[in-house]
Design a protein around this ligand. Structure first.
Ligand code: UN1
Length: 505
């Protein structure tokens, strides 16, 4: 095993402390939650659990009653300030993301940038929470709709985007007039404390109620209180399909709304006309970047039989020299996976794929950094068919390669998985690209041409179909999920004509 050198846990702890302090965050005293770094695999701090999630809901609800009456553009000022504070503390937030989830510097800064971007977008939206006006069938009447704040929104976020996913939800929910309770992943509490401290500051500077934003450090039992509370009209949850399947029926049973962003099994089709250099670069970023731990990470390549050998050859060459190491080193492109379980699941998936007739072409080994830190070599497995293991999401840098002969076959393979988040095609043939984006093409929420599956901008709606959960966050009109719609019929005449020509006199 090649050895990896990392900073010491004491050094990471010191940097985390400095970054937290700079953001105005304090570590809650007590026990219950352990902050750990995948860089060394050791614990950083013990944190106190939030004792009473139900009380946090009550506080948020109280604050909501005031916040909903603040004009939306004024709510936008708070979000604008949040964006400024994140920009000011971009490096601090990025440090915490690197320390806690192992992202390389550029990707951690990219995540902080994504937060600034969504704040900008939300500020603009705060002046555009528009409803439609429709013609009424009755003379002297007007028909229109008004969008109102919804209430308390619970944001349950995963470890892999420990800050950005909160900000997508929160920036929009705030301008929409909602209060937000954030239940971060237990593996990313420090990042959550820093980000919520910045929002607390923005709220305070604008004289707004503190209860509008709260973070609860808690486990699945604490999350259940949010999921089951009738005082939480919307639960926006990012995580595994298993988690989604557990909470969705419970939210539905109380007629709450769920915005789910669950698994992905994202594929790229590489067609005969593809620019192979571009395709290889796009694939490597999406499949090996973030150590394969994005919902949008590329898990499958579906390559035309005429070029599959060439493509696999190119990818193998790049994979063999990918700089794997501590994310605190400038040259590193692949940091650690989050925990030992992630490594084990990757090994099991490789074993199963090989048992199914697959060929491990490159990677899969572990690089020793000592202890419980897990640095893995991104792997490529060529598969004879899309077997069960390929149809499952393994949250690690593991890429399956399949081949096809006709574009119809390729699209059928792309769609023949339970998940429906992101997809892409590398082609210079416009017919093929259009076919892929058409109704009978990719069934995913994100359908790209000549770029990989990951790295979406915040301007578009983000989310996917099937077991991905159907939710849409971030740009376009995703804000509507955070509001309730009232349809208004206004009679400005002296008569009372009834709709559908009904006569009642
Ligand atoms: C996620 O992995 O949960 O499109 C979100 C991307 C990022 C967001 C990923 N903008 O890869």
């Amino acid at each position: 095993m090649t050895t990896i050198t990392t900073p010491s846990t004491a050094e990471l702890r010191e940097l985390a402390k400095k970054s937290l302090e700079a953001c105005g965050a304090t570590i809650p005293e007590g026990t219950g939650i352990t902050a750990r770094s995948p860089i060394t695999g050791e614990s950083l701090f013990e944190l106190g659990e939030t004792p009473d999630v139900a009380a946090a809901i009550d506080r948020a609800h109280e604050a909501f009653l005031q916040w909903r009456s603040v004009p939306a553009p004024v709510r936008g000022f708070v979000v604008k300030r949040l964006g400024e504070l994140i920009a000011e503390h971009k490096q601090d937030v990025a440090n915490l993301i690197t320390i806690e989830v192992g992202k390389i510097g550029s990707e951690a800064l990219g995540e902080a940038q994504e937060m600034i971007d969504i704040c900008d977008l939300a500020v603009g939206i705060s002046r555009q929470l528009d409803g439609r006006t429709m013609p009424s069938e009755r003379p002297g009447h007007r028909l229109m709709e008004t969008w109102h704040p919804l209430g308390v929104v619970a944001v349950i976020s995963a470890f892999n985007f420990p800050a950005a996913v909160w900000s997508w939800n929160t920036a929009l929910a705030l301008v929409c007039g909602d209060a937000v309770i954030w239940k971060p992943s237990e593996t990313a509490s420090l990042t959550a404390l820093a980000c919520s401290a910045l929002l607390d500051r923005a709220l305070k500077e604008h004289g707004m109620p503190a209860g509008v934003s709260q973070v609860v450090l808690t486990d699945a039992a604490g999350a259940s209180v949010l999921v089951d509370s009738p005082k939480v009209p919307l639960v926006s949850a990012t995580g595994s399909e298993r988690m989604g399947a557990q909470i969705a029926p419970r939210i539905a049973a109380r007629f709450g709304r769920a915005l789910l962003e669950l698994g992905g099994n994202n594929a790229a089709i590489v067609a005969p006309s593809a620019d192979l250099d571009l395709a290889a670069r796009g694939i490597v970023f999406s499949a090996a970047g973030t150590a394969g731990q994005r919902c949008t990470s590329m898990r499958r390549v579906i390559a035309h039989s005429s070029l599959v050998d060439d493509l696999v050859g190119r990818l193998t060459e790049v994979y063999a020299r990918l700089p794997i190491g501590s994310p605190t080193d400038d040259g590193t492109l692949v940091g650690p996976v989050i925990n030992p379980a992630a490594y084990e699941r990757m090994q099991e998936a490789i074993e199963q794929a090989v048992a199914d007739g697959g060929e491990l072409v490159v990677g899969g080994g572990r690089r020793d950094a000592g202890g419980d830190a897990f640095y893995v070599e991104p792997a490529i497995v060529r598969m004879p068919a899309q077997t069960d293991i390929v149809r499952r999401e393994t949250f690690a840098p593991l890429l399956y390669v399949l081949e096809y002969d006709t574009i119809e076959q390729a699209i059928a393979l792309q769609n023949d998985v339970p998940q429906g988040l992101s997809s892409s095609i590398f082609t210079l043939d416009q017919r093929e690209a259009e076919q892929f984006m058409a109704a009978e093409g990719s069934d995913c929420g994100i359908v790209n041409v000549n770029i990989g599956t990951s790295g979406a901008e915040i301007g578009g709606a983000f989310g996917g179909e099937k077991t991905t959960g159907g939710g849409r966050e971030s740009g376009s009109d995703a804000w509507r999920a955070y509001m309730r719609r009232a349809t208004n019929t206004i009679n400005y005449s002296h008569d009372l004509p009834l709709a559908q020509g009904v006569n009642f006199s």
